[in-house]
Design a binder for this molecule. Structure first.
Ligand SMILES: Cc1cc2nc3c(=O)[nH]c(=O)nc-3n(C[C@H](O)[C@H](O)[C@H](O)COP(=O)(O)O)c2cc1C
Length: 377
């Protein structure tokens, strides 16, 4: 269980205060949320990506911690064109250029580990095979293939004897992330992808050890986190959850509060560095489905990072109140490489152009100007 959030603190913490997140020493509590940008042709990161992350890495102007765009742990884990992988030696070497650029600016970067499950298309799958999931039910969602968003392919249900291999793929990816110089890893268990496809009874209708009740449905996530924490170290391992986000056609669990409290209670022995919560519908309404985040947090001892639609005022308040240790910003970081500075100095935020979110070149990626005075870093 969680002790009082800030037992030794006499003054209220600020968004701009340092924070220990597991073994990481953040210089401020502004986190860059993971943002898929589809600019890794052939799944290998580019020099342009290094520039993009470096622009946001200086804690004096950018983020105290960057979470990378979601990166597939295996060829089977890919669901969109030109997303980076974190499983081959080419990818590791290319990510090393990115992490070096971030570290040169004094920043920290975690790698988001991703398996999309059924949110994919046969044309992206090894050998043109079916995407995989907990259950053989097609997602009412779309993925990007050959430059356009098209309907997901019908998945097949993974066999029980395939699941240890999925766990091993996560462990391998975590090792690759460490080899590539990342400071931490974030296991992506949010937004309707594979791990959430096992968690929720809106989809997981398996019988046996990886389905059914809470223990069965939380087994894959638990084993993945045990394996990943073993590779990366628990002080460098976090996870992302979105307890009531219905995105990617997953819908709601019949008992989200009980499910997610079970998840964190079961993970407690691992002493993970951070939990990263998408509150409400990802990129949408924060309060459509009631959920008691404070009750959930009582099952977690590490740093509590919140996200989804945060304004400056909301973020300052959340940290001051102790409701969160840090706040992650997604869309605002696309158009404001110096978001940290703008937050600190109460400067207006530029709007991001949605047309350039996914795929493309420098336009709408590395060409958003900073207004902060340049630092020597
Ligand atoms: C272009 C774009 C790409 C995204 N990619 C990811 C991703 O790779 N992994 C993830 O967990 N969330 C992803 N998200 C969700 C964001 O991390 C974040 O949860 C969401 O934008 C809400 O936060 P915000 O209101 O601060 O933007 C993405 C969102 C956008 C707009």
């Amino acid at each position: 269980m969680n002790p009082a959030p800030h037992p030794a603190q006499t003054t209220r913490p600020s968004l701009f205060d340092p924070l220990m997140v597991g073994e990481l020493h953040l210089q401020n509590r502004v986190v860059m949320a993971p943002l898929t940008r589809n600019r890794a042709p052939g799944t290998v990161p580019t020099a342009m990506m290094a520039t993009y992350y470096a622009q946001r890495a200086d804690p004096a102007t950018g983020a105290g911690l960057i979470i990378s765009e979601a990166s597939q742990i295996s060829p089977q884990g890919q669901g969109y064109q030109d997303t980076p992988g974190i499983f081959s030696s080419d990818q590791v070497a290319a990510w090393r250029v990115v992490t070096d650029a971030v570290h040169q600016r004094g920043g920290l970067i975690a790698c988001q580990l991703w398996h999309v499950g059924r949110i994919s298309h046969e044309r992206l799958q090894p050998g043109g095979g079916q995407p995989v999931s907990s259950s053989a039910r097609t997602a009412a969602s779309r993925v990007m293939v050959d430059g356009e968003f098209i309907a997901c392919s019908p998945p097949r249900a993974l066999r029980d004897d395939e699941l240890p291999g999925i766990v091993a793929d996560y462990a391998h990816a975590a090792r690759c992330a460490m080899d590539a110089g990342f400071d931490a890893v974030e296991v992506h268990a949010a937004n309707g992808y594979l791990l959430e496809q096992f968690l929720r009874d809106s989809l997981n209708d398996r019988e046996g050890a990886w389905g059914g009740g809470l223990d069965g449905r939380t087994r894959l996530l638990t084993e993945v986190l045990q394996a990943v924490a073993h590779e990366a170290g628990s002080g460098r391992t976090g996870l992302r959850l979105s307890p009531v986000s219905p995105v990617n056609g997953l819908g709601q669990d019949s008992q989200p509060q009980a499910l997610y409290e079970h998840v964190l209670a079961r993970l407690a022995p691992l002493n993970l560095a951070f939990a990263h919560l998408v509150e409400g519908t990802t990129g949408g309404a924060r309060d459509e489905v009631p959920f008691d985040h404070a009750a959930l947090r009582r099952h977690f001892a590490g740093a509590w990072v919140v996200n989804n639609g945060y304004t400056r005022e909301m973020a300052l308040q959340a940290v001051e109140d102790g409701r969160a240790d840090a706040v992650a910003f997604g869309r605002p970081f696309i158009a404001n490489p110096d978001l940290g500075w703008r937050l600190r100095h109460q400067q207006p935020w530029a709007d991001a152009d949605r047309q350039t979110f996914y795929r493309g070149g420098e336009r709408g990626y590395t060409d958003y100007p900073a207004v902060a005075p340049t630092t020597s870093a």
